[in-house]
Ligand binder design. Structure first.
Ligand code: HEC
Ligand code: HEC
Ligand code: HEC
Ligand code: HEC
Ligand code: HEC
Ligand code: HEC
Ligand code: HEC
Ligand code: HEC
Ligand code: HEC
Ligand code: HEC
Length: 357
């Protein structure tokens, strides 16, 4: 037996293989771990939780847990001490009743049971000793209103203590942050108004409409995507927490946004129509239009905005060109230009360079 045992050789071989595999996994894990450059240009590792894989319906990341949470920092009263939620609820039992139905309350109570020093109310509102002693003193507690005495930056920092990164990577400098919005302009964590997202109104779109009434109203026009019907919402296309593009789109370009749901318009096409590739907004309005199919102008005028210099496309269309007119014109009959140029988004037919088929 011993050294010539073929079985022992195999075992040793597999052990060596396993060791190799383990090293390989460790090395690749180190490479794949989320890494970001800090101000000094040095690579710093971010906590895993910023890139948690659990995705909500709208593709935002899941935040870190409640375990061992600490009180938020109230910059107006750095010396204040934590008092614990029983002290808060003694005076705020009504608010606590509402709060008890929220995602935060559920998680926080579990964490509190595991560790009695875990912050709950104070994880958001900051340590309460100064406030409990003198409740009417402005700024004694982190208040989430624009006149409660707590600067908006202090309010948002409290939430970002648990919710930074991921979808909120670009919060700082975003159009909403620059316009002094607080998280609580869109979220009310004290009450469960919405099925998810703890929004300040019952739905995402209503929440946005508290300020963007004009945009919400465009969705009431004759042609619109099914947002009033509840099938899509503002956050399917926008990330209200900030993005790297000016109009808070979740994707780099307008067209990428549209392709998410209208993938067939991405192509590739044998014969492209240049304005489609450039931007869908050359012909479509996003939030609603009184023309057919969200168009910015009726056909044939839509097409004639660009096709005005050669042969039939640029013919002036007047009343007499209508179907019942003296010189009825096929470009005003049926579907106008697209009766013949049906593949206006691009054609895959070998004989479709004029977008006919
Ligand atoms: C002794 C009773 C008492 C205790 C204890 C107490 N509060 Fe209050 N709290 C009040 C009163 C009264 C007000 C209203 C003050 C006012 O209207 O000026 C208030 C207001 C608030 C507000 C709104 C502040 C604003 O300006 O909008 C918040 C938030 C708050 N309390 C949170 C807490 C938290 C969190 C705790 C526990 C750490 C706590 N309170 C403990 C009595 C109390
Ligand atoms: C996840 C963060 C968070 C936690 C945890 C939290 N609050 Fe609040 N609280 C808020 C925000 C945000 C507001 C502002 C809500 C709004 O826009 O009206 C608020 C508002 C309040 C107010 C002012 C009155 C009101 O309802 O608007 C009181 C009082 C209050 N909270 C008490 C408490 C108490 C007591 C607890 C613990 C049982 C608690 N909060 C836990 C975030 C939190
Ligand atoms: C102590 C950490 C902590 C703090 C502070 C905190 N949160 Fe959260 N929050 C969480 C965790 C953990 C979850 C995930 C709960 C779940 O999915 O069950 C969560 C969930 C949420 C959700 C999603 C709820 C849902 O139903 O999908 C929103 C919105 C939210 N928080 C907003 C806020 C806002 C606004 C503040 C500041 C006023 C805040 N949070 C402060 C830990 C925190
Ligand atoms: C302009 C409105 C707006 C502002 C301001 C805003 N949010 Fe949100 N937030 C939303 C909407 C809308 C959703 C999506 C809700 C849904 O999916 O139903 C959301 C989702 C979330 C979620 C749950 C999903 C996720 O991303 O993990 C968290 C947590 C959250 N916001 C935290 C914050 C914090 C923290 C701030 C302040 C720094 C903030 N929000 C500011 C509108 C806003
Ligand atoms: C409390 C008010 C308020 C709420 C609520 C709000 N916004 Fe805004 N939003 C603003 C302000 C102020 C600006 C910057 C001024 C402007 O361009 O209108 C802005 C700008 C924007 C812009 C960029 C406009 C541009 O021209 O660049 C988009 C996109 C946007 N908001 C989307 C949303 C969405 C989506 C929601 C809901 C999740 C929302 N907003 C909720 C106040 C609000
Ligand atoms: C189907 C995707 C989609 C949906 C849904 C959507 N938007 Fe937009 N939104 C866009 C695109 C695309 C733009 C234009 C971006 C550009 O011009 O670069 C835009 C522009 C905006 C702007 C800035 C320009 C302007 O017209 O003032 C605001 C504000 C805005 N959207 C708010 C909202 C709000 C609020 C909702 C929900 C009621 C919403 N959007 C729903 C895609 C969408
Ligand atoms: C979140 C998914 C989603 C995104 C993103 C999206 N759409 Fe839509 N769109 C829809 C749905 C759903 C319909 C309705 C389809 C139906 O009724 O069969 C629709 C319908 C349309 C229609 C036909 C409207 C009509 O009245 O016939 C046009 C045009 C359109 N979308 C253009 C766009 C453009 C342009 C973009 C990018 C700015 C875009 N869509 C982004 C979901 C989306
Ligand atoms: C050159 C103008 C033009 C451009 C640019 C354009 N479209 Fe269209 N689109 C039209 C016309 C015209 C119709 C109506 C077609 C019909 O009624 O058959 C239409 C209809 C649609 C429809 C509804 C009918 C269908 O074909 O499903 C959708 C969805 C749509 N467009 C999406 C897009 C997207 C996404 C983009 C950008 C990639 C885009 N369009 C760019 C002219 C354009
Ligand atoms: C924003 C400007 C714009 C709009 C609006 C537009 N087009 Fe075009 N179209 C172009 C450009 C640019 C080309 C490429 C011309 C070239 O390659 O010489 C083109 C090419 C075409 C072609 C192929 C012709 C050729 O010479 O290869 C047809 C057919 C066409 N368009 C029809 C339409 C129709 C029908 C509409 C209205 C539904 C329309 N276009 C709207 C800009 C536009
Ligand atoms: C009855 C069918 C029909 C209608 C309606 C029609 N076209 Fe055409 N179009 C054609 C045919 C066929 C060609 C190809 C001519 C050729 O290749 O010589 C063409 C060619 C074109 C071209 C290529 C450049 C050129 O001048 O040859 C453009 C651009 C164009 N059409 C735009 C339009 C626009 C814009 C409208 C609406 C105002 C329109 N067409 C309406 C059938 C039609």
């Amino acid at each position: 037996m011993g050294r010539d045992n073929p079985k022992e050789g195999i075992v040793r071989f597999y052990l060596a293989l396993l060791a190799l595999l383990a090293t390989a996994i460790l090395i690749s894990a180190a490479w794949l771990a989320p890494v970001k450059a800090d101000a000094s240009g040095q690579a710093v590792k971010l906590p895993e939780t910023h890139f948690a894989s659990t995705q909500s319906r709208h593709g935002f990341n899941a935040p870190p847990g409640f375990a061992d949470a600490v009180p938020a920092r109230n910059k107006a009263h750095p010396q204040a001490k934590a008092v614990g939620q029983q002290v808060c609820t003694a005076c705020h039992s009504k608010e606590n009743d509402n709060f008890a139905h929220t995602a935060h309350a559920a998680g926080m109570q579990v964490a509190l049971a595991a560790n009695p020093n875990t912050a709950t109310c104070e994880a958001c509102h900051g340590p309460g000793s100064v406030h409990a002693a003198n409740p009417t003193q402005k700024g004694s507690i982190i208040a989430y209103t624009h006149d409660g005495g707590t600067p908006v930056s202090n309010q948002t920092e409290s939430c970002l203590g648990c919710h930074s990164g991921g979808p909120r990577d670009a919060w700082l400098g975003s159009v909403h942050q620059r316009n002094d919005l607080s998280c609580s302009d869109c979220h009310n964590p004290m009450v469960k108004f919405s099925a998810e997202g703890l929004t300040a109104k019952q739905s995402v779109s209503e929440t946005c409409a508290t300020c963007h009434k004009d945009i919400r109203q465009q969705f009431n026009r004759r042609s619109h995507m099914p947002l009033p019907e509840g099938a899509i919402s503002c956050v399917d296309c926008h990330n209200p927490h900030g993005t790297l593009n000016p109009t808070l789109l979740k994707t780099d370009t307008v067209n990428e946004t549209c392709y998410q749901c209208h993938a067939e318009k991405r192509g590739p096409f044998l014969f492209e129509h240049a304005p489609v590739r450039e931007s869908c907004l050359n012909c479509h309005q996003v939030h609603g239009s009184n023309q057919h199919a969200l168009l910015v102008a009726p056909i044939p005028m839509l097409c004639q905005q660009c096709h005005s210099h050669t042969r039939h496309p640029n013919d002036l269309q007047t009343e007499t060109s209508l179907g019942n007119g003296l010189t009825a014109d096929e470009r005003l009959m049926g579907r106008g230009c697209i009766t013949c140029h049906a593949q206006v988004h691009g054609s895959n037919h070998p004989s479709g360079p004029r977008l006919h088929k």
